[in-house]
Design a protein around this ligand. Structure first.
Ligand code: 5GP
Length: 367
C-alpha cells in the first residue's frame, strides 16, 4: 500500500505573507488579464473568475452580472439549445461578444448533438466539458472529438486533481483543465466515496503540470470567502470557479422561500397587549448537481446504481449579486497590493505562504 506522506493543504491551512511593495494603492493594480491558449488561437481578456455551471449559478441572469465586471460564466447544461441560442444572440448585442461565456456539455451522444446545434450558430466558442470523474476514458475521447470538430474552440475540461491527468487532458485537446474533486460547498463525494484531495495542494500541483505543457487550470470549488479566491490565484490558478459564493442571490437559480421565526423579543401591540416578535426571513435553495434533489429536478429521478454525491441547503437570501462580485474583486485588488503584484498573472510569482493552524478569529461568529 502506498501512502503519500506530503502534507496536503486546503485554503484554510495557509495565509499569504505581506511584502514591501511599490504599489501605493489598489487602483494601481490590474485585475484584467490577457489570456493566450495552447489550442484556441484567439486571445481573451477577462478577470478569470467563472460562475460554476450548476443549475443555480450558471444562469443567464448571473452571467449578465458577471460580464458587467468582465468576469466569466459557464452556463448550465439544463437550458435547451433554443434557450441558449436566444440568450447568446441577445447577449452578443448587449456585450459585443459571447467571449466570457462557456456552454457546458457532458460526454454523452445527446450532449454532443446539443453542443453541435449551439456551436453551429457561430455565436459562441468556449466549451466547458464537465464530468464528475475526469479520470474516465470517456472524457479524453470526448475532448479529442470536440477538438477535432472545433479546432478554434476554447475548451475547458475536468475534473481531476493530479498533474499527470492534467497533462493528458491538455495534450488531448483541452486548453484549460478544471481541477477539484470534493471541495465543493454542496458536494458529498468525499463523505460517500472517500475520494478527493485538499484543494490548495491540488491547484499547486495541477497548475505546475498544466503550465509545463502550455495549458492552464481552473480551480473549481472550495472558495468560501474572497480570500480563498486570492489564495487560489496565488497558488497558480489561471481561473477560479465559484458556486456557493454566488448562490442565494437574486440572479441565482433555486426556489425562494420564507420562514417565520420567534425572536424571543416582546413586542407591544398596544398599551395592554404584547406578543412575541415574529420576523420573516427569505431563503434560497442551493443544491449539488449530483444531489438527489438535482437528479429528481433535472433528470427525472435518481438512477438506482447512482448514489447522491451532493446536498441541498437553504441560504439566507443575499440580494443582488453585484455587491458580492465587487467584494471579491475588491479582495483581489487589496491582496495584490499586500503582496506587490501589479498584474493578476504576477500573483503566484509574488506569493509566499505561511502554513497556519488557524486563520480566522471566530469569537463573534464566522462572518
Ligand atoms: P463551491 O464553489 O460551491 O465550493 O464549488 C462549486 C463546485 O462544486 C462546482 O463547480 C462543481 O465542480 C462542484 N459540485 C457541484 N455540485 C456537486 C455535487 O452534487 N457533487 C459534487 N461532488 N460536486 C459538485
Amino acid at each position: 500500500m502506498r501512502i503519500y506522506d506530503d502534507i496536503q493543504l486546503d485554503y484554510c491551512d495557509v495565509l499569504l505573507r505581506p511584502k514591501r511593495s511599490a504599489l501605493a494603492s489598489r487602483s494601481e493594480v490590474e485585475v484584467l488579464r490577457e489570456y493566450t491558449f495552447k489550442w484556441c488561437s484567439k486571445p481573451l481578456t477577462a478577470t478569470g473568475i467563472v460562475a460554476a455551471n450548476m443549475a443555480t449559478t450558471g444562469t443567464f441572469e448571473i452571467a449578465r452580472e458577471m460580464q458587467k465586471q468582465h468576469l466569466m460564466s459557464a452556463l448550465h447544461k439544463h437550458y435547451s439549445a433554443e434557450d441558449l441560442l436566444a440568450f447568446l444572440k441577445q447577449n452578443a448585442e448587449e456585450f459585443g461578444s459571447n467571449d466570457l461565456l462557456f456552454v457546458s456539455s457532458g460526454v454523452s451522444d445527446a450532449d454532443y448533438e446539443k453542443l453541435k446545434t449551439v456551436m453551429q450558430s457561430g455565436l459562441v466558442r468556449n466549451i466547458c466539458v464537465d464530468v464528475a470523474n475526469g479520470y474516465s476514458p470517456y472524457l479524453i475521447n470526448y475532448i479529442r472529438k470536440v477538438r477535432k470538430e472545433w479546432p478554434e474552440a476554447l475548451i475547458m475540461a475536468g475534473n481531476v486533481v493530479t498533474g499527470d491527468m492534467c497533462e493528458d487532458l491538455i495534450l488531448s485537446g483541452a486548453d484549460i483543465v478544471k481541477v477539484g474533486i470534493g471541495p465543493g460547498s454542496v458536494c458529498t463525494t468525499r463523505k460517500l466515496t472517500g475520494v478527493g484531495r485538499p484543494q490548495f495542494s491540488t491547484v499547486i500541483e495541477c497548475a505546475d503540470a498544466a503550465h509545463g505543457v502550455g495549458g492552464m487550470v481552473c480551480a473549481d470549488g472550495g472558495c468560501t470567502v474572497p480570500g480563498d479566491v486570492c489564495k487560489s490565484f496565488c497558488a497558480g490558478a489561471d481561473f477560479v470557479m465559484l458556486g456557493g459564493l454566488l448562490a442565494g442571490h437574486a440572479e441565482s437559480g433555486g426556489e425562494l422561500c420564507s420562514k417565520s421565526f420567534q425572536t424571543g423579543e416582546v413586542e407591544m401591540i398596544d398599551d395592554k397587549t404584547c406578543a412575541m416578535r415574529i420576523v420573516e426571513k427569505q431563503y434560497k435553495k442551493f443544491y449539488g448537481m449530483s444531489s438527489e434533489y438535482a437528479q429528481d429536478k433535472h433528470y427525472g429521478g435518481m438512477k438506482k446504481y447512482r448514489a447522491s454525491e451532493g446536498k441541498v441547503v437553504e441560504i439566507p437570501f443575499r440580494g443582488p449579486v453585484e455587491a458580492t462580485l465587487l467584494a471579491i474583486l475588491g479582495g483581489i485588488r487589496s491582496c495584490m497590493t499586500y503582496i506587490g503584484a501589479k498584474r493578476l498573472k504576477d500573483m503566484p510569482k509574488c506569493a509566499t505562504f505561511y502554513r497556519v493552524n488557524r486563520q480566522l478569529n471566530t469569537i463573534f461568529g464566522n462572518e
